[in-house]
Design a protein around this ligand. Sequence first.
Ligand code: PEP
Length: 253
Amino acid sequence: MRKNIVAGNWKMNKTFDEADELVTNLIEQLEEKDLGENTDVIICPPFPYLEMCTDYSNESYFAVGAQNVSDRDQGAFTGEVSADMLASMEVEYCIVGHSERRAYYGETDALIAKKVDQLLKNDIRPIVCCGEVLEEREAGKQFEVVKRQITDGLFHLDAEAFGKIIIAYEPVWAIGTGKTATPEQAQEIHAFIRGLIAEKYGKEVADNTSILYGGSCKPSNAKELFANPDVDGGLIGGASLKAEDFINIALAF
Ligand code: PEP
């Protein structure tokens, strides 16, 4: 059965020393608090801190993910980081298709599909983000938008490959704004996403896929969001920068 997952997206935050302190605090929290066996914790620091985090992760209870990956194998692509490099540093997960990458760096569903392929080829599990912007929600287009993102970004995969995917539904209007989707809004679209997966790959694959919610999730609202049957955890931005808040979110199942 699918796992509950809480993944922290640190985005472009923290100096090296601050990142080190955050990981140390996280380890302290994880040693004090019992998350239970069905909850996985993933941290997604900026690229330069991955190795420090994977070194720590050997001794503790979290896995490490990157925030982005190149769609190419290797070679003359200045500034890019390949999936092969990530795999060689024991990175197990990678966020793909975050709305900030779509909005500021022009990432399309076609590019996201290529990044997903690179990750799977290197045994890294993609955390694939989808979600509508405010105007799309106001026009009632959220289902159409999410369906397109999932179909064009992921449905070229066969069922076995799809089994490695984690989905994060992140309404763009809720990211970093303090506005959270209501538990009903989250459940409605998570159930819709699971239905799309079931239609394409069958009920077993759909039931085994973790679908995370992201968008101003914090200790005070995590419980009501995670109580929904199709919400399997969260992709956490701002609140992942404080160890206690992040772990209190992970305790909300
Ligand atoms: C995110 O960007 O993935 C996110 C969920 O951010 P925040 O929690 O800060 O809204």
